[in-house]
Write a protein that binds this ligand. Structure first.
Ligand code: GRF
Length: 224
């Protein structure tokens, strides 16, 4: 099967982009990262992509002012000119219109730093700490017009510690994101993900590697 042609869309540091680029170096990986596209000329990830030998393109949303449609048409033209099969949003900080999303239904992925449908939107780690959840994590899902919704491809969970700050929790979640996104892209590129009634079913995968209970007494001193 030919490797899928992938565009990664970023707005910032691009650590998930780097995880995808690294994964795609493997001979048996089913996708090539063909281009990294940014809506911000100053996105730090652009330099990392260039260093990794990946083509980059900047389509600066600010140039288009309020004309969201023209901005998205410019992106779409570029993606089509490169015969892109799949788009991965990786810290891409522009809301997309239903028009663009519809062009890529079932072919556009996003990573969100929370266990959806909990904590949609921004500041997910602050929200998790405020709410007091004991398990937090990240989700890769297909993009639909409604923000941070759409069929869930895979999720990774981490414990929340009492001493966590948004920063320490973000770092723990990010480490999972870097494992999760390459896995999700692999599954989709291999054609193993079927969407049915808004749910993803993944062929040939086990249900996970165990139960997580937080807090756990494991490794703790017995209480007196
Ligand atoms: C990640 O936390 C991702 O889940 C969210 O934006 C952040 C992007 O980080 N959508 P990076 O640019 O990939 O380092």
């Amino acid at each position: 099967m030919p490797r899928k042609r992938v565009a990664v869309l970023i707005s910032g540091r691009g650590s998930n982009m780097t995880a995808l680029i690294e994964a795609a170096k493997a001979e048996d990986y089913p996708a090539d990262i063909c281009v990294v596209m940014s809506n911000r000329p100053d996105a730090a990830g652009l330099a990392h992509a260039t260093a990794a030998g990946i083509a980059t393109v900047t389509i600066d949303h600010a140039v288009f002012g309020k004309n969201r449609e023209a901005f998205e048409r410019a992106m779409q033209r570029d993606l089509q000119s490169r015969s892109i099969d799949l788009v991965c949003l990786a810290g891409f900080m522009r809301l997309l219109t239903p028009w663009l999303v519809r062009q890529w239904l079932g072919r556009m992925l996003n990573i969100h730093p929370a266990l959806l449908p909990a904590f949609k939107g921004l500041h997910t780690h602050e929200a998790a700490l405020q709410t007091g959840v004991k398990i937090h994590g990240a989700t890769v899902h297909f993009v639909v017009p409604e923000m941070d919704s759409g069929p869930i491809i895979c999720q990774g969970a981490v414990p929340v510690h009492d001493a966590d700050t948004p920063r320490t929790l973000a770092a723990r979640v990010l480490a999972v994101e870097h494992r999760l996104y390459p896995l999700a892209l692999r599954l989709v590129a291999e054609g193993r993900v079927r969407i049915e009634s808004g749910r993803c079913f993944v062929a040939g995968m086990a249900g996970g590697d165990g139960t997580m209970i937080v807090p756990s007494a494991e490794g703790c001193e017995p209480s007196r």
